[in-house]
Write a protein that binds this ligand. Sequence first.
Ligand SMILES: NC(=O)c1ccc[n+]([C@@H]2O[C@H](COP(=O)([O-])OP(=O)(O)OC[C@H]3O[C@@H](n4cnc5c(N)ncnc54)[C@H](OP(=O)(O)O)[C@@H]3O)[C@@H](O)[C@H]2O)c1
Length: 400
Amino acid sequence: MPKFTKIDAHWMSIALKLARNGRFSTMPNPNVGCVIVDKNGNLIGQGYHQKAGQGHAEVNALLDAGFIPHQHNAMRQRDPLFQPVTSGATAYVTLEPCSHTGKTPPCAIALIEAQIARVVIASVDSNPEVMNKGIALLQDAGIQVDTGLMGAEAQKLNTAFNFRMTYNKPWVIVKLATSIDGKTALQDGQSKWITGPKSRVNVQLERACSCAILSGADTVIADNPKLNVRIDELPEFASSLFQQRAAQPVRVIIDGQNRLHNNYQIFQDEHKVMVFNAQHNPLLTANNIEQIQVALVDPKGNQTTQPRQYLDLQAIMHVLAEKQINRVWTETGAALSGALLSVNLVNELIVYQAPMLLGSNARSAVNIGQLTSLRQAIKTEFEEVTQVGSDLKIRLLIKS
Ligand SMILES: NC(=O)c1ccc[n+]([C@@H]2O[C@H](COP(=O)([O-])OP(=O)(O)OC[C@H]3O[C@@H](n4cnc5c(N)ncnc54)[C@H](OP(=O)(O)O)[C@@H]3O)[C@@H](O)[C@H]2O)c1
């Protein structure tokens, strides 16, 4: 493990802060930040990755420093003594520089051309196409590479991306809005509003940094929601960062029985909706709809009194991963939340808990069937608890 100094930590914390600016817009790519510090310890360039297909963090930082990547040879031909402003500098980058030509040329090559002397990396890339190859390219060029500074913080920036790269599944978050006794609505379905306005704005922020918003046919029929990001409700900083993004999160709707038709609000705008069903639904003809068929399987866990088959949730997640969806934000009722939990597809719960009691007749947050032993309980661990307005926001990771 290389020894890092306080100065290293200072620059890397700036790079991490820059990387966070991309959280609403880089998908399906990871969040990455970079700062470049010259031989005398002066900050000469900084940048972050804003959007897939556009400059990576390292390239943006080099440009900010006044070095134009991938034109080095031409400069050398014109002036053999040409020395880039970045010569001998240190680059602090939150993710291993890429080594492959994707939508942009490799960043490792750009750093080599810029004559960077040392690259400090927070975390290795979990993309198998890149992992350790960017580091090897830099080292082969004689650059000192030190890896692992603030690695845990950098990993957290890209939890969903890393999970998809490692397991070929999206990172699934189930959102619950409950009373203090864990209820989501009165027996007759009244639920507006249990949580306060600040929690609802916070939901918009969570939607805004997700690749997809998942729900089911019953929610569409009962609530006729739009399930989009209401940009005017976002705080100013988030609104401007979100608008760098190519599109709204994709709405993903599960409709195993073809109960939906074009008239629901979700199909009335130009933003994309993926509808999963068992057979093509001829009533869904709106331009924004992509229908995808998956198999029906026997359900696990939350069987109803009328046993029947449901769409294969594992297959749906596999399709979403293939479509490069990293983070799925789920807003469903108890049946679908329970079903996802029962087949171990949920990674995280985010519970907005309001300080009120709704009593035993009110609706429960998740239907995971009847447990007969505490050993069957789905175990979680607290990741973060914050107060949002008058509610608590509780982030829980599902223990595997
Ligand atoms: N408080 C909140 O934050 C909140 C958020 C959203 C919804 N809601 C409320 O929740 C209620 C609806 O909840 P819900 O969960 O019944 O509906 P849902 O969220 O619409 O989910 C139902 C969908 O899940 C599918 N499904 C159910 N069990 C399954 C299983 N075991 N395997 C695979 N798929 C399964 C159903 O399949 P089929 O299509 O095959 O039937 C249906 O398409 C509404 O009253 C709505 O207002 C509350």
